[in-house]
Design a protein around this ligand. Structure first.
Ligand code: UD1
Length: 372
């Protein structure tokens, strides 16, 4: 076997874990030596530990424990920690995931040390520079040698930003690998029984909402409007709201609490959350990942944002963009419409969202390492 060197994976925040799991498994199957680093950006067990347990991820070899802070403080702490790791371990390749602060920090450190970078979920663009993730995406892609894209639109974005065609690989969506691998464990009846009060709704008779983005939860006046809309949605069907720690205080200060049709919970483990989503009449969210997961599950998704970096979830999926003023009429339309098949039939899913993105990425990485 050729000496391909060690591949170092950088994970830090909740959405990274379901993306990394299939890539790590694919490389393990090819016998590639790997090191898993957790930056510690997310440190709550409910945002981190439970995902490692459920997704069968190996324990991180290193945890930098950077924790929370302003963008500069957090990004800088990840950079300082990773520089030492990369100098000591001399990775053959650093793999980064998604668009969180840990992603761009790792890519920048690796590039300065002349270590090649692979970006999983490259090329997504909201064209909204007020989102910190958009800044992270653009910079990470510029610094990456291997750009793994989940949808064809991403290829055009990267080409327009001057990135060479031979770096770009359309491989599908590894987060959907994770979803399809666990589909049988997503039990809507169990989720409804766990989270809805006895006698109130069952599978298909409740809504799920998740909201944590700065644009939705940082301005107190906007938060009050949002909470008022959630109360009105709860007059239609009970709404289960697993609350991300970010924004929790603001939402609660604006009157969000378990009452009259609203069920507020802590963040949920992966299978419990996906079970809940699978059985929801509709989901109201500002998450990126949930737009993709509802697309494959065939669950209507109302995205509370002015834009999305994942347009394929609108053209091929169940996603619609909504405003806080417009969400209730759209919700009423969705609830009145005939339900679509669940999960979405294979033929109507976005191309290559087929459960095999991890092995594709692993094969390209192995070939890249052998050619060096
Ligand atoms: C990060 C990502 C965002 C992603 C989200 C998913 C960036 C810029 N943002 O946002 O793209 O959608 O993860 O969860 O990287 N906190 C805790 N416990 C934790 C982690 C955070 O209580 O384990 C609280 C702290 O108050 C912290 C705040 O959440 O200040 C924000 O955490 P941070 O990691 O900076 O960003 P997220 O909002 O989680």
């Amino acid at each position: 076997m050729p000496d391909r060197g060690v591949v170092v994976h950088i994970t830090g925040a909740r959405p990274n874990f379901p993306k990394a799991a299939p890539v790590i498994a694919g490389l393990t199957a090819l016998g590639v030596e790997q090191l898993l680093v957790h930056t510690g950006q997310h440190y709550d067990d409910r945002l981190s530990r439970v995902f490692f347990d459920e997704l069968g991820l190996p324990d991180p070899d290193l945890n930098l424990g950077v924790g929370s802070g302003s963008h500069a403080v957090q990004t800088a702490a990840v950079m300082v920690g990773l520089e030492q790791v990369f100098v000591e371990r001399e990775p053959a390749l650093v793999v980064v995931y998604g668009d969180v602060n840990s992603t761009v920090a790792a890519a920048l450190v690796a590039a300065k040390l002349l270590i090649p970078v692979a970006h999983v979920e490259a090329g997504l663009r909201s064209f909204d520079r007020t989102m910190p993730e958009e800044v992270n995406r653009r910079l990470t892609d510029q610094l990456s040698d291997l750009l793994f894209v989940t949808s064809p639109d991403a290829i055009g974005h990267l080409a327009r930003e001057g990135l060479a065609q031979e770096r770009i690989h359309f491989v599908g969506n590894p987060m959907i690998d994770t979803l399809l691998a666990h589909l049988d464990a997503f039990d809507p009846e169990l989720a409804a029984a766990a989270w809805l009060p006895a006698g109130v709704g069952g599978a298909g008779q409740y809504l799920v909402a998740t909201l944590h983005r700065p644009a939705n939860v940082d301005d107190p006046a906007a938060v009050r409007e949002l909470v008022s809309v959630l109360h009105k949605a709860a007059e239609r069907l009970p709404v289960v709201i697993p609350l991300h720690p970010r924004g929790r205080a603001a939402l609660e200060a604006a009157g969000l609490s378990t009452s009259s049709g609203l069920i507020v919970t802590d963040p949920l483990p992966y299978t419990a959350f996906m079970g809940l989503v699978r059985g929801a009449a509709a989901v109201i969210t500002d998450s990126g990942g949930v737009q993709e997961e509802t697309t494959v599950l065939g669950v209507p998704c109302l995205t509370m944002r002015p834009n999305t970096e994942r347009p394929v979830t609108i053209t091929h999926g169940t996603n619609q963009l909504v405003t806080v003023d417009g969400v209730l009429p759209v919700l009423d339309q969705v609830l009145a419409a005939a339900p679509a098949p669940r999960p979405a039939p294979v033929g109507s899913r976005p191309p290559l969202w087929d459960g095999a993105a991890g092995p594709r990425i692993a094969a390209i990485i192995a070939g890249y390492l052998e050619a060096r």
